[in-house]
Design a protein around this ligand. Structure first.
Ligand SMILES: NC(=O)c1ccc[n+]([C@@H]2O[C@H](COP(=O)([O-])OP(=O)(O)OC[C@H]3O[C@@H](n4cnc5c(N)ncnc54)[C@H](O)[C@@H]3O)[C@@H](O)[C@H]2O)c1
Ligand SMILES: O=C(O)C[C@H](O)C(=O)O
Length: 325
């Protein structure tokens, strides 16, 4: 059966890096036909049409159709996988409240449209920043969709952490298991090496504490800003790659003996208040995320998780005060 994948912000940089990979089968597998819905704001529809022409020109065997629209009710009609990429970026002079309001104006209506029109099995990944809180806004407008279908992306942070550790220990990324990103997709996120395994041994015991604290954690947490500084634009191909990884793992499952990171609705695990969309170590089986249970959290990790969760609570309070959730 053809799977409908909707990409918002389809004419943006991540959209351009993402759509061709979805159409080629990398999101859902080489046996799954897809139809694409490209949601954009009206002035960007022409650019989206250009991208659609290029998609046509690839003659992808799995691509069954392309729809281009500025109406969320059309874009999310019958959607199975919704990738919410388009968001309002912070511009000079913009207060935090203005940013949250502008994004509330996007993710509230999109959540409602998903609630009213999506397929029963819809899965939602929010990429557009502030991703965790945008996901919270969308979810709060979709009361009929099971809460666990709304997720936000921390897979890019997870992949960044794998790559940094692989370079430090001079091991292939394939030898690293059980990496974890906790909290918000923001510089407060906490990449945790205390449960990560390399060659069957805990990674934190294979690196010195100073590198872990003063190099690894800040490098991963501030990598998005470093890329903006270097490229003059935020990460696009790596963000698209992480979105592909997130959905692929969600649908196909995690490997035995491993887990990944995703921001999912908290059930209260690890003291993260219920309902917040926070990053956890997660496994996936039968198309459902499960938060990994029973990990020992030492004082160092506890402090960092709490800091990031505090930020999520502040964002939640701010959008609540603005009437956005
Ligand atoms: N979670 C992550 O790891 C991660 C990583 C990188 C980037 N991001 C975020 O992803 C978002 C997109 O990044 P980008 O580089 O593609 O930005 P971009 O500015 O190139 O593209 C964004 C697109 O969204 C569109 N858009 C705006 N409002 C819309 C709406 N209401 N409906 C549909 N489309 C809309 C714009 O017209 C634009 O084409 C940003 O918020 C960025 O900060 C997140
Ligand atoms: O867009 C940004 O602010 C950075 C982005 O979220 C990233 O992690 O690369």
């Amino acid at each position: 059966m053809t799977v409908k994948v909707t990409v918002t912000g389809a004419a943006g940089q991540i959209g351009y890096a993402l759509l061709f990979r979805i159409a080629s089968g990398q999101l859902l597998g080489a046996d799954t036909p897809v139809s694409l819905s490209l949601l954009e704001i009206t002035p960007a529809l022409k650019a989206a049409e250009g991208t659609a022409m290029e998609l046509d020109d690839c003659a992808f065997p799995l691509l069954q159709g392309i729809e281009i629209t500025d109406d969320p009710n059309v874009a999310f009609d019958g959607v199975n996988v919704a990738l919410l990429v388009g968001a309002r970026p912070r511009t000079a002079g913009m207060e935090r409240g203005d940013l949250l309001s502008a994004n509330g104006g996007i993710f509230g209506p999109q959540g409602r449209a998903i609630n009213e029109h999506a397929a029963d099995d819809v899965r939602v990944l929010v990429v557009g920043n502030p991703a965790n809180t945008n996901a919270l806004i969308a979810r709060s407008h979709a009361p009929d969709v099971p809460a666990d279908r709304f997720t936000a992306m921390t897979r890019l942070d997870h992949n960044r952490a794998l790559s940094q550790l692989s370079a430090k220990l001079q091991v292939p990324v394939t030898e690293i298991r059980k990496m974890t990103i906790w909290g918000n997709h923001s510089p407060t996120m906490y990449p945790d090496l205390y449960h990560t395994e390399v060659g069957g041994k805990i990674a934190a015991e294979q690196v010195d504490g100073e590198w872990l604290r003063d190099t690894f954690i800040p490098t991963v947490a501030k990598r998005g800003a470093a890329i903006i500084e270097a490229r003059g634009a935020s990460s696009a191909a790596s963000a698209a790659n992480a979105a592909i990884d997130h959905v692929h793992t969600w649908v196909n499952g995690t490997a035995p003996g491993d887990w990944t990171s995703a921001a999912v609705v908290s059930d209260g695990s690890y003291g993260v208040p219920e309902g917040l969309i926070s990053s956890f170590p997660v496994t996936s089986a039968n198309g459902q995320w499960e938060i990994v249970q029973g990990l020992d959290i030492d004082a160092f990790s506890r402090e960092r998780i709490d800091l990031s969760v505090r930020e999520l609570l502040d964002e939640r309070d701010a959008v609540q005060a603005l009437g956005l959730i």
